[in-house]
Design a protein around this ligand. Structure first.
Ligand SMILES: Cc1cc2nc3c(=O)[nH]c(=O)nc-3n(C[C@H](O)[C@H](O)[C@H](O)COP(=O)(O)O)c2cc1C
Length: 216
């Protein structure tokens, strides 16, 4: 082990750009929430977010970190819509529609609907105003639970309770979601994406929360 060397970079005083570059390289791969939300006029906004994960199971909850815009520091449309409507939909981003999802990451003026501009096919939700993206095999309707302002004000964490899961029948057998068949796409550092690579199976070593699905 003697030949291994590490660079040590102190985190506390890092400028945002360097911190971003390092953290997105270190925390990878990240799942992508292709979020739909609506503004006060009912316009549908769609944008991808990879600073995202599930954070609770009772009830199911997800969290997304939305930064202020890098140039000018304005609030992103998704953040504003979530705060006003107190809801949103997470559409799972997959390999099949990577290009369209990626194009939703471009900055559109607030009065332009990405869904309309890119011709995204939509399906109505049951509990929230935002529609679902019909290209996605899994959509989660979310009600805003908490807003957590982080650090020096660049980032805000939006925690949402999943009030409905929509699971397409080619990826859901009534019991489990088949994440391999779902073919999720992940974000790496820089301009890179990744598909699922090798899949490994090992026995579960502990009861999962609630004990469901336990076969060990
Ligand atoms: C794959 C991908 C992942 C992204 N992840 C995030 C993220 O986690 N947080 C964030 O603030 N912006 C993220 N962005 C940038 C936003 O999608 C981008 O700022 C977009 O313009 C926001 O749109 P809106 O103003 O319609 O909400 C990501 C972009 C891409 C392409």
């Amino acid at each position: 082990m003697e030949s291994q060397r590490y660079a040590c970079v102190d985190g506390e005083q890092l400028d945002t750009e360097t911190a971003y570059r390092l953290i997105v390289g270190c925390v990878a791969p990240r799942p992508i929430a292709w979020i739909t939300s609506v503004d006060d006029a009912g316009r549908v906004n769609a944008a991808p977010f990879s600073s995202y994960n599930y954070v609770a199971t009772s009830p199911p909850m997800v969290a997304i970190n939305i930064a202020r815009r890098a140039v000018g520091g304005a609030t992103k449309d998704t953040a504003r819509n979530i705060e006003r409507s107190r809801s949103f939909v997470v559409n799972v981003a997959t390999e099949a529609h990577m290009e369209l999802m990626h194009r939703c990451g471009q900055e559109y003026p607030p009065d332009v609907s990405e869904a309309e501009a890119l011709g995204l096919p939509l399906l109505p939700s049951r509990h929230v105003a935002a529609p679902r993206i019909a290209l996605s095999p899994v959509q989660m309707e979310c009600r805003l639970d908490q807003i957590v302002k982080l650090g020096r004000g660049v980032n805000t964490l939006y925690i949402g309770e999943v009030v409905a899961f929509h699971l397409r029948d080619d990826v859901f057998d009534g019991h489990r979601v088949d994440s391999v068949r779902m073919r999720p796409i992940a974000r790496l550092g820089g301009p890179f994406y990744a598909a699922l690579g090798d899949i490994f199976e090992r026995p579960m070593l502990q009861k999962p929360p609630g004990g469901e699905g336990w076969s060990g």
